[in-house]
Design a protein around this ligand. Structure first.
Ligand code: AHM
Ligand code: MG
Length: 337
């Protein structure tokens, strides 16, 4: 059987949408090309001097690895020329990224984490690019975009997805019509459809959390995590702990096998008073994918996609995955301490 390429898949979907102008398909095609370049660099990273730290810190204060910087630069370089965006934001840059006046603009906004999980680069652990696409609310696209143009609720996302650079390179995306996954065939340089309309199991068998932070959590959060290892819990099954420490990889495994990923508030840790993960760059795009696959995502109380961002680099607690598992988390937070 002839495998469907991601380009064919995008074109088929474009035809089904009366709103489609082709701009959106071009946007995804440019992202795919950027990801292929990043994938190539990640695969050969051990060979050159590209590995290692730049010595600088990114907008969130993390030490920047060289590949993070490379991924950020390649994405900005390609996407600003694509003629489909009016602004971008990257986890690697503090402010809104404007499209230079010499390039044509389009109606879309790209929000991205160019290389998530970068602390794992040296150990050959899977890392990834997360992306999120919004439509600009501004009437006049010729002006520079303000922060307020970018601070949209996750529910406004037109599309979201990620690329994983692991044992193979995988792309997962949704435009609100199912979650579809593609695997890069390096021999032909094409992403080929490996699953369409993925639905995550309603209840999983995996919980994923950095349990070393136990003493940074309040009693309610400790009870949340305990629920997944309590043989007498009403969840009714034995869970396994799996934690890679690379969000895209942890999320992807749980999406396919079922389970819950948790990065709670560790309010006694002055470094990360609201947890570590960023609402716009990490939580919102994965929340859109989780919901589209039949799962859920919450900050413990509120639906992630309903949160109103106030800052570009805002952090949020995140509980995401199978519906029944995330509901259990919410129930415990609702009961309180
Ligand atoms: P990064 O964007 O700087 O790579 O940080 C995000 C990563 C996630 O991939 C992962 O889930 C988390 O940090 C792990 O954090 P911790 O080491 O505190 O468990
Ligand atoms: Mg990240």
């Amino acid at each position: 059987m002839h495998p469907i390429t991601v380009t064919e898949h995008l074109l088929l979907h474009q035809k089904k949408s009366p709103m489609a102008t082709g701009q959106f398909t071009s946007l995804l095609n440019e992202l795919i090309l950027s990801a292929k370049v990043i994938s190539r660099e990640v695969n050969k990273a051990g060979l050159g001097d590209i590995l290692g730290e730049t010595g600088e810190q990114n907008a969130s204060g993390d030490t920047v690895k060289r590949l993070d910087e490379f991924a950020h630069r390649i994405l900005v370089h390609r996407m600003e020329r694509a003629g489909v965006l009016c602004a971008m934001a990257s986890e690697e840059q503090a402010d809104v990224i404007q499209i230079p006046a010499k390039f044509p603009k389009g109606e879309y906004i790209l929000v991205m984490d160019p290389l998530d999980g970068s602390s794992n680069i040296e150990a050959n652990v899977s890392i990834g690019t997360i992306f999120s696409i919004y439509r600009s609310q501004a009437k006049d696209l010729d002006r520079d975009m303000d922060l307020s143009d970018l601070l949209q609720k996750g529910s406004e996302q037109v599309a979201a997805g990620y690329f994983i650079y692991g044992s193979s390179t995988v792309m997962v995306y949704t435009t609100g019509r199912g979650v579809h996954g593609f695997t890069l065939d390096p021999s032909v340089g094409e992403f080929l459809l490996s699953f369409s309309d993925v639905q995550t199991p309603d209840q999983g068998k995996i919980y994923s959390v950095n349990e070393a932070y136990w003493h940074y959590w309040d009693g309610t959060t400790q009870r949340v995590v305990s629920a997944f290892k309590d043989p007498n819990s009403d969840l009714g099954r034995l869970y396994s702990l799996r934690y890679i420490g690379s969000l895209v990889a942890d999320f992807h495994r749980n999406l396919l096998y079922g389970g819950v990923f948790m990065y709670p508030t560790d309010y006694r840790d002055p470094k990360n008073p609201k947890g570590k993960l960023r609402l716009l760059f990490e939580a919102a795009p994965l929340a859109k994918i989780a919901e589209e696959a039949g799962g859920m995502a919450t900050d413990g109380v509120n639906r992630i996609l309903d949160l109103d961002p106030r800052e570009l680099h805002q952090r949020t607690p995140l509980f995401i995955g199978s519906r029944r598992d995330v509901q259990k988390v919410k129930d415990i937070y609702e009961q309180g301490s």
